[in-house]
Design a protein around this ligand. Structure first.
Ligand code: DGL
Length: 277
């Protein structure tokens, strides 16, 4: 573990994702915690993480998070389901600041939403393959049934801006068929891109299933951590948002920004040094 530093409320919260989708978490954090300075780094040079191995996802996540902590972050938010599923314990072991991901908050929200005790989860191949959601749901409530479905085509559809499109609906029909045939009544959007597709997902999933957006609950859990640690930004402060990427972002950034109503500041491109440098 890196040497412990004493964090102070004035320091920023660092948020990272494999790319641009994590801005859905930033948007939820801005609503919940308008006084916090947020530094966002999207790893566009190495996206997608969703088909990569645990070793690689852990390494990428540690490189980014260590850099952001060395730059003065008081807390790290892993705004990527894949990195949360595969690298959260590693980050919690090596970083001297609190680390929150999106899986725990998603599980909490799913348990609050389900009445039937049957929860469905959709995400990338790596997230679903890790069993992180199913494991955490069943650890919290052993009687919970979980149906998980990897949906690898959804990220590219979102990145093409096909939020309301017959092609997206057709892909969703295929992915959600098994879930629709069962009695799950809560569907976890286990990928940071999916909140942008929530209209289409709700349309195809049907009225009997409520969508669980881990981003929104993640922001509430982060607020709780800050209060517990005495790290909440001073009252009355207006927080800033600093966005950077590891490679030049494409048109998807403007699509996301307008979908989320995020204010447009200057976006930087900067590299992440390998560990030990
Ligand atoms: N950000 C990733 C997630 O939430 C999706 C994109 C990727 O595969 O890297 O799982």
């Amino acid at each position: 573990m890196m040497p412990a530093k004493s964090a102070s409320p004035d320091q920023p919260i660092a948020v990272f994702d494999s790319g641009i989708g994590g801005l859905t978490v930033v948007s939820a954090l801005r609503r919940e915690l308008p006084g916090e300075d947020i530094v966002y780094l999207g790893d566009t040079a190495r996206v997608p993480y969703g088909g990569k191995s645990r070793t690689t996802i852990e390494r990428y996540s540690e490189e980014i998070a260590s850099m952001l902590v060395a730059e003065g972050a008081k807390m790290v938010v892993v705004a990527c389901n894949t990195a949360s599923a595969l690298a959260l314990s590693r980050l919690r072991n090596v970083l001297p600041v609190p680390v929150e991901g999106v899986i725990g908050p998603g599980v909490e929200a799913a348990l609050a939403a389900t009445r039937s005790g049957h929860v469905a989860v959709i995400g990338t191949k790596a997230t679903v393959g890790s069993g992180a959601y199913a494991g955490a749901l069943q650890a919290a409530r052993s009687d919970i049934r979980v149906t998980s479905m990897a949906c690898p085509l959804l990220v590219p559809l979102v990145e093409e801006g096909l939020f309301d499109d017959p092609v997206t609906d057709a892909v969703l029909e295929r992915y959600l068929a098994e879930i629709r045939a069962g009695d799950a009544d809560a569907l976890v959007l286990g990928c940071t891109h999916y909140p942008l597709l929530s209209r289409a997902i709700a349309r195809v999933a049907g009225p009997g299933i409520s969508l669980v957006d881990s981003a929104a609950n993640c922001a509430r859990v982060v607020a709780r951590h800050l209060d517990e640690a005495g790290l909440r930004a001073p009252a009355g402060k207006t927080g800033s948002l600093d966005i950077s990427f590891t490679d030049a972002p494409d048109d998807f950034l403007s699509v996301v920004r307008s979908a989320l109503g995020l204010e447009a500041g200057k976006v930087r491109v900067r590299p992440v040094p390998p560990l030990g440098q």
